[in-house]
Design a protein around this ligand. Sequence first.
Ligand code: GAL
Length: 690
Amino acid sequence: MSLDQSEATGAAVTTTAVPATSTAPATRSWPGGTQKLRYGGDYNPEQWPRDTWLEDIALMQQTGINLVSIGIFSWALLEPRDGEFDFTFLDDIMDLLASAGIDVDLGTPTAAPPAWFWKKYPQARPVTREGVQLGHGSRGMASPSSPDYRRHAARITGELARRYAGHPALRLWHVHNEYGAPISECYSDASVVAFREWLGHRYGSLDAVNDAWGTTFWGQRYGSWEEIDAPRLSATVVNPAQRLDFKRFTSDSLLECYVLERDTIREYTPDLPVTTNFMATSCPSLDYWSWAREVDVVANDHYLTAERTDNHVLLALDADFTRSLAGGKPWMLMEHSTSAVNWQPRNIAKRPGEMTRNSLGHVARGADAVMFFQFRASRSGAEKFHSAMVPHQGTDSRIFREVTELGHLLGRSSAVRGSTVDARVAILWDQQSFWAQDLEWRPSEDLDHRERIEAWYTALWQRNVTVDFAHPEQDLGHYDLVLAPALYAVSAAARENLEAYVAEGGNFVVSFFSGIVDDHDAVPAGGHPGQLRAVLGLTVAEWLPLRRHETVTLDDGSSADIWAEDIELHGARTRTSYTSGPAEGQAAITVNTFGKGTAWYVSTRPTSGTLDALLGEALAATGIPDGPSTPGVETVTRTGDGVTFTFVLNHTDVDAPLPVGGSDLVSGRTVSAGELLAAGACAVIEKQEK
Ligand code: GAL
């Protein structure tokens, strides 16, 4: 085979990560049928006798549930034999839900192909990087590039869409389940063929692939397309640019599977929204900026990292990222848990009030739907120890009472729907840069993009400053302050964009090990940080990774760890210097005037106090005020037409003063600023604008 651009086939979507505005018709931007916030969860009636369905539907009505996701794992029931369909159970439950006034988010069951499929098409099973072909018995485990899988997925999806088009309960389509988990990279024969085709589309010629991958290194040059393999496990480090492209290919091939099902559905129900559930900041294998363009409404699953005592801050981060993926439009919290999950090392139960705080935390940051996994706790199977809206102990339980109260609260909060969250600060988030940074043989194992992003985000969260996340190539003109806590790889387009943003008067704060490589993981000419040298006004002569537990001191009296640098200033001024360690006497934090704007650079990992002071300075320079501050009390505002909703979530175990007064949707009372909000409680204060 020779594969040049004209012959390459297959890839329907490509990794261009910059978010674009959706051109979807209005009817597709939200599941219609009610003005209420959406409330509900995954519902698996196939696990229960019909009598239980009737009880469940009555309970749904009692709790104010208005949307349930069904059918997500029902393929084996709906197509019991290859090409033989049986929709009896789904017809029945759809009709029952419709007559109870409960809408349906209908799942395509393609995350769990039936046993007959695996028997007939064993080559559709995914192969790991180590060369292990995975077996049947769980879920989410088809090779995304398998033509057999894609054909069968499209067929069952088409059958469902044809059958239920026009059904009164159907309001939303839920394609597959959490693409990328658990299977992402697949090293099957079909994947290798598809990878070559993807490369043909991306590069046009084999010479361009060789150049982009730097294959002269270690004698890896390819003379024909057939020689290119997936970057499977080898004797030592595999070509990093090849691995990076395989990650891009993986995200794109899963996205092709989604697009195939979505387009099949649209043939029958062109006016209904189609989505799939993301795992915003916790899915390492998908570049959601490109995925977000393909869904009609962004839907997210979020589970607390329960072990972490700051898990509510991580929840806020995840919700802010999801809103950013949605371009600021309302999004759906498609799954979270009423209490413990069953898959973490220690499955910590939520304490009274925590589930409500979590739910309102998402709503505060733009969610117009609060959904759970799952409605009724399973009795069998891998997830029987997972919490649910109706737990094993039934309705006479704290959890069910809280679920009911939450449903009623959301029911009287319809006015919140459609209101938006405005942020003047953006944190740059580039999944492809994270992929590149995470490859082997980096200058220190302490370099951790996620840790830096969490640290910088936390500093802003503590000040109650709301942030968006942004892609480095997107228009940043809306933001007064842009932060890059971790931006290892920067494309030429991103460099131009960031330079233009600062030159026009923007404020930009950058952390170490950013701007190091281009989008092929190659170092640009002229020294580090090549892609950000101009805007920062400096060169890094040498990286000085620190030893484990080693610290250095700074001239503001604080200390720092992990990393230091030997910086040469080319226009930037020193704000803070090293007073000990390998860079003693040299600049640690710098400030550069670039055009009409300012760029700060932080060459080490400072303490949270120093980081907070620096970000405080940057916020002050841009005129962005801090929000009201009582430590541990989260305040976020959504703005509607002539009205604001201030969400106040007290994450502490002491009562705290409310920052504003107005009509509180939670208590149903009029409250005044300064009045105490009980420990662990929430308020949603509605205020008409004058
Ligand atoms: C999600 C998944 C659900 C359920 C849930 C349990 O990731 O989409 O089907 O498994 O986790 O927490």
